[in-house]
Design a binder for this molecule. Structure first.
Ligand code: LER
Ligand code: MN
Length: 246
């Protein structure tokens, strides 16, 4: 954490995003001290650790696994509240397979989001739903599918627009962002190959035009491969951000 926060602050980032193995394993005191020292905010906590480490998903055939996935996210929401951070539901959404149909999986996901959105709202935490590309989920891959699914939550669940996933799935990332409009709550900033912005073939000019047009005022958060290494990836990200966003 210290090795991430210091260069982030030096490069001019205003916040960090934390990907912890679980809420219990967040070194809260250390993180609080680091963000205070470096004048950083915590933008968001990811929950993918629940998938990577424990193979939990919100759409698993097993009711016990689904319940543990909800609990995992609930604990992350409680931890995020202390930092004023958002919570991301990405790979923990899972996918439909075997005995679980697509509509059943979407029901499970909808039920989980309903319960978790209540908890998040009570703690003033923004709950973010991230649609992934087809190689990571078969549930919802494009903004045109996500918008009707998320709208009923009336702003209590926002969309995380990951520009890498969108570069695989959308005909036009900029048009998709316009379609989502004020439902966008967070942006993951990476190029077409998951390298730092500027090192792939995504054209960021129309994307930032669209973000400006929809009045997006949230975080643009680097989620890129540490290419060629972490510090240079962060530097490259900041250069691209300054080029396109300012
Ligand atoms: C997480 O933010 C993400 O983008 C995924 O590719 C990993 O689940
Ligand atoms: Mn992402």
């Amino acid at each position: 954490l210290a090795g991430g926060c210091r260069p982030a602050a030096e490069l001019g980032f205003s916040a960090v995003e934390i990907f912890a193995p679980s809420a219990a394993e967040i070194p809260k005191g250390e993180l609080e001290a680091l963000v205070r020292k470096h004048r950083l905010a915590v933008a968001a906590f990811g929950t993918g650790g629940g998938w990577i480490r424990q193979k939990l998903t919100l759409t698993a055939a097993s009711a016990e696994v689904r319940q543990r996935a909800r609990q995992f996210i609930a604990e992350m929401i409680d931890a995020a509240a202390g930092f004023g951070a958002a919570v991301i539901i990405g790979s923990l959404q899972g996918k439909f397979e075997r005995e679980v149909s697509r509509s059943q999986a979407l029901n499970y996901l909808g039920e989980a989001l309903t319960e978790l959105a209540d908890r998040a709202a009570a703690r003033k935490v923004t709950l973010l739903y991230e649609h992934l590309n087809r190689y990571e989920t078969n549930l919802l891959n494009r903004v045109e599918e996500v918008v009707p699914f998320i709208k009923p939550f009336q702003g209590r669940v926002k969309i995380l627009a990951d520009l890498f996933h969108m570069s695989i799935e959308e005909a036009s990332i900029a048009d998709a962002l316009r379609e989502a409009g004020d439902l966008i709550g967070h942006v993951h900033f990476a190029d077409s190959n998951r390298r730092p912005a500027g090192l792939g073939h995504t054209d960021f000019t129309p994307i930032f035009e669209a973000l400006r047009e929809i009045g997006y005022a949230g975080y643009v958060s680097a989620e890129a491969l540490p290419y060629p290494d972490s510090e240079l990836a962060a530097k490259q990200t900041m250069e691209s951000f300054n080029q396109f966003a300012c």
